[in-house]
Design a protein around this ligand. Structure first.
Ligand code: NCD
Length: 329
């Protein structure tokens, strides 16, 4: 076990040992979640504040449930009903939660860098509050990539999910890469654990800068860029589809959703190019019938979408536990 982080803001500098620590801890919590009493006293007396400045269904609920299963007290905040609407700054909101005795802050914001700024402020104040990035703009979404990793590794070895299982596996990430913090965090976790990552999207959603990024010495021969779907799908072990983030598209980047589906939509037919045991992931929310055909999305054999959601609780329990200290129980 290796862990000495107070905050989880990005996966860019995570080591394989740290990935294994998260996987192993999440695996213990998955076992807890199968018990009759699905609760452990690990974070009793601690306060976890969910500060979501942007809409969310699964991430917010999953963090809330994870904190509750660890016996923490939870505070939920939604920007639209908060004092932000009265002009309070984000840092002042964070300090208000600090003054109530918050031990960990889970933060989502539409601007990249907000969780980092709050973490820096907490460090400057020397208050030992942990900050977890639950998605910041187009930057990162570490807990999503960690639950994706846990889902994939658990599929390969449910007893001992570990990062080395990914060595040599081909993962295609398809869709709105440009706007996706999920893609960025997954690029770090998957390449660091030995997978080969193939990005595929139309050029408007996968700009040429990604090709330069792929030449970076850390990513060379681990990250590949394609502006058509087929080369990314050939012999893929896993296909991760990403939502078209219409709310972040400032200009017209797509001819039509129908055309996108025709060229980049994941369908049963297209999966024939992949390995026979291929599995499909999607972080959700899904534009049904756009990124993935509707029947494939609900296919209990091919789709891992519900397993991803289930994994989310155990992985977020692991992160809160590792950041907050205590016993798995
Ligand atoms: C993602 C997000 O918010 O970044 N969703 C999620 O957290 N499960 C992806 C998305 O919004 O498309």
């Amino acid at each position: 076990m290796s862990w000495n982080r107070r905050h989880v803001l990005s996966l860019a500098d995570f080591s394989p040992l740290e990935y294994d620590t998260v996987l192993q801890t999440a695996s213990s919590f998955r076992e807890v979640l199968t018990r009759r009493t699905k609760k452990v006293p690990t974070l009793q007396g601690q306060v976890v504040a969910n500060l979501f400045f942007e809409p969310s269904t699964r991430t917010r609920s999953s963090f809330e449930l994870a904190a509750k299963r660890l016996s923490a007290d939870t505070l939920n905040f939604a920007a639209s009903t908060s004092s932000i609407t009265k002009g309070e700054t984000i840092l002042d909101t964070a300090k208000t939660y600090l003054a109530m005795g918050t031990d960990m802050m889970v933060i989502r914001h539409k601007e990249a860098g907000v969780p980092q700024a709050i973490a820096d402020e907490m460090d400057r104040l020397n208050v030992k509050v942990g900050v977890l990035n639950a998605g910041d703009g187009q930057h990162e979404h570490p807990s999503q990539a960690l639950l994706d990793l846990f889902t994939i590794c658990s599929l390969m070895d449910v007893e001992k999910p570990r990062s080395s299982l990914l060595k040599g596996k081909k993962v295609a990430i398809v869709g709105d890469i440009l706007h996706s913090r999920v893609a960025r965090s997954n690029i770090w976790s998957l390449t660091a654990t030995g997978a080969e990552v193939y990005l595929a999207a139309p050029p408007t959603l996968l700009p040429k800068e990604f090709a330069d990024f792929a030449k970076d010495s850390d990513l060379d021969r681990k990250l590949f860029i394609h502006w058509t779907l087929e080369p990314a799908l050939i012999d893929a072990d896993f296909v991760m589809a990403l939502r078209l983030q219409k709310e972040r598209m400032t200009s017209h980047l797509l001819p039509s959703l129908r055309e996108y589906h025709q060229q980049f939509g994941i369908t049963r037919d297209r999966l024939k190019l992949c390995k026979p045991e291929v599995k499909v992931l999607h972080p959700g929310p899904v534009n049904r019938g756009v990124e993935i055909s509707s029947d494939l999305m609900d296919d209990p054999v091919l789709s891992l979408i519900s397993q991803q959601v289930t994994s989310g609780v155990a992985v977020r329990m692991a992160l809160l536990y590792l950041m907050g200290g205590g016993k798995v129980g």
